[in-house]
Design a protein around this ligand. Sequence first.
Ligand SMILES: NC(=O)C1=CN([C@@H]2O[C@H](COP(=O)(O)OP(=O)(O)OC[C@H]3O[C@@H](n4cnc5c(N)ncnc54)[C@H](O)[C@@H]3O)[C@@H](O)[C@H]2O)C=CC1
Ligand SMILES: CC(C)CC(=O)C(=O)O
Ligand SMILES: [Mg+2]
Length: 357
Amino acid sequence: MSKHIVILAGDGIGPEIMAEAVKVLDKVNQQFNLDLTYSHELLGGCAIDATGVPLPDQTLEAAQKADAILLGAVGGPKWDTIERSIRPERGLLKIRSALNLFANLRPAILYPQLASASSLKPEIVAGLDILIVRELTGGIYFGQPRGIRTLESGERQGYNTDVYSESEIRRIAHVAFQLAMQRNKKVLSVDKANVLEVTELWKEIATEVGKEYPEVQLSHMYVDNCAMQLVRAPKQFDVIFTGNLFGDILSDEAAMLTGSIGMLPSASLDENKKGMYEPCHGSAPDIAGKGIANPLATILSVAMMLRYTFNQEAAAKAIEDAVGKVLDQGLRTADIWTEGSQKVGTSQMGDAVVAAI
Ligand SMILES: NC(=O)C1=CN([C@@H]2O[C@H](COP(=O)(O)OP(=O)(O)OC[C@H]3O[C@@H](n4cnc5c(N)ncnc54)[C@H](O)[C@@H]3O)[C@@H](O)[C@H]2O)C=CC1
Ligand SMILES: CC(C)CC(=O)C(=O)O
Ligand SMILES: [Mg+2]
């Protein structure tokens, strides 16, 4: 029976990178007889322009019915000053929450060909393979109350609430430990338990769940130290398990270890492995429309979709191998370009991956 994918290209470089991901999807769909169908819907700034809201009902309904969702990126300066509750990023948070996509997997893997593109010394990053497991539907991005209020003094005050319940921590902890069992059996739980009660509970529940996985070595680290260790000695880590805000920040930092944020894919999964797949980066307004964005994070997100939602390991692997082959050929978008390699644009990179599958 055919499976359906809803495609949300979004804003900025979103449509540019998505065009390349769809080329790759077309190729594997045909080559591996996957019987995948897809349709396009609006999310983010483009949806605001067309309908007045960042997540139209039609998009949400289509996403709910779909087997998987592929997203580009949303947001941009055009929508940064509109009423906060209907900004593009709120549409993204809303779809994550509505679909219960609580488990965000962000693998930071260094392709050996890109060791010299990393901002760190090659020996620090060679062989890097980290998986960040970020809680995605709770924490300070969703906590109430939130807002900007005016105090009696007339001064304005911004406030947010960081909140996690035991059950929210427990279910994502199980995801982290189960994934660690398939990897190097190490989980690092990242918190700020020396200051924040919400992460004191995080640490406590991580420890409790860890007892159910005696083969997995659990350790704990404060987030400030983790940020430092990621650039000092990143290969000490296997699975990094953390909340929504810390995971957002640490994954951008980890992206640079792999050469560029344009290399980092992600999967956001619910309890049943239905997922939304997207690059970790944003809509990159500074390079949008120039045809220079790196489409590989989105293409690698397609591979994650085939692996996690559709159980099509061979097709997923074919995409990942094809990315390796184009890097072997010396093709590089501007963000990963180094002396001696061949600079290509977004669509040339996509075409090269398709040709290598
Ligand atoms: N998942 C999403 O849709 C996300 C959306 N955003 C939104 O995106 C907009 C821009 O946010 P920024 O903080 O600038 O983050 P960003 O990730 O869009 O860009 C940060 C830097 O990385 C570069 N970059 C990002 N993706 C790239 C790619 N594929 N190839 C080459 N270079 C790439 C950009 O040119 C920029 O210099 C904002 O409106 C933000 O809210 C930000 C993060 C995630
Ligand atoms: C709107 C933001 C929460 C998106 C983001 O930065 C991310 O998920 O990495
Ligand atoms: Mg982010």
